[in-house]
Design a protein around this ligand. Structure first.
Ligand SMILES: N[C@@H](CCC(=O)N[C@@H](CS)C(=O)NCC(=O)O)C(=O)O
Length: 209
């Protein structure tokens, strides 16, 4: 059994979507990051960076329990465990790695900063932050839009991969970081396509708070 330690955030939703798509049974343990539960010693023991998501898989390698933190590492772990969401052949696998790293390094940290600066008091610091990170967020949406202009999924042909699961967690919050998907039609079409998948819908509707 897998226990998912998470909260209702983009990084948290990536993993519930992946678990649903891969058909893995799991239970949710809510870590309320608005109440500081990410700093509890038992959570820090599996997630030393004090951030959700994390998992414990009681049926890990060699049948022994394993914990995993960092959403990208969790997605790679689940793909290795199930053989789903990551092509076996090297070119396809490398493409998924590229877009997963693209998400982890940019298409998450940048819109995340927009969320932070939107919460700041009016003034030059807020204006600077929204200009800097809003511009970079829109640039990243443009990159994604180009990638999706002639394909159904971000890095694979016939079925979504862990790159799609990682990226959709953040596109799900496009309104919050002030992006109008009408400006990025290929992203909008992909988002609708992904959200129409029953497993993805379950991943977004499971209670995480
Ligand atoms: N790189 C990490 C980022 C995780 C992250 O930023 N989690 C946020 C919620 S989306 C969090 O737990 N924040 C609590 C805190 O910073 O104390 C991952 O992808 O797992």
């Amino acid at each position: 059994m897998i226990t998912l330690y998470t909260y209702n955030t983009p990084n948290g939703r990536k993993i519930s979507v992946a678990l649903e798509e891969m058909g893995l049974p799991y239970e949710v343990k809510v870590i309320d990051i608005t109440k500081g539960e990410q700093f509890a010693p038992d959570f820090l023991a599996i997630a030393p960076n004090n951030k959700i998501p994390a998992i414990i898989d009681t049926d890990g390698p060699d049948g022994q329990p394993i914990s995993v933190f960092e959403s990208g590492a969790i997605l790679l772990y689940l793909a290795a465990k199930t053989g789903k969401g990551l092509p076996a052949e090297p070119r396809g696998r490398t493409a998924v790695h590229e877009w997963l790293m693209w998400q982890m390094a940019g298409f998450g940290p940048m819109p995340g900063q927009v969320h932070v600066f939107l919460g700041q008091p009016e003034g030059p610091a807020r204006d600077f932050g929204l200009e800097r990170y809003g511009k970079e967020t829109r640039r990243l949406y443009g990159v994604l839009d180009k990638q999706l202009s002639d394909r159904a999924f971000v890095a694979t042909e016939d079925a979504p991969s862990i790159a799609d699961y990682a990226i959709i967690g953040w596109v799900w919050r496009h309104e919050r970081h002030r992006v109008d998907l009408a400006d990025f039609p290929a992203v909008a079409a992909w988002y609708a396509r992904m959200m129409a998948r029953p497993a993805v819908a379950r991943g977004f509707s499971v209670a995480l708070a």
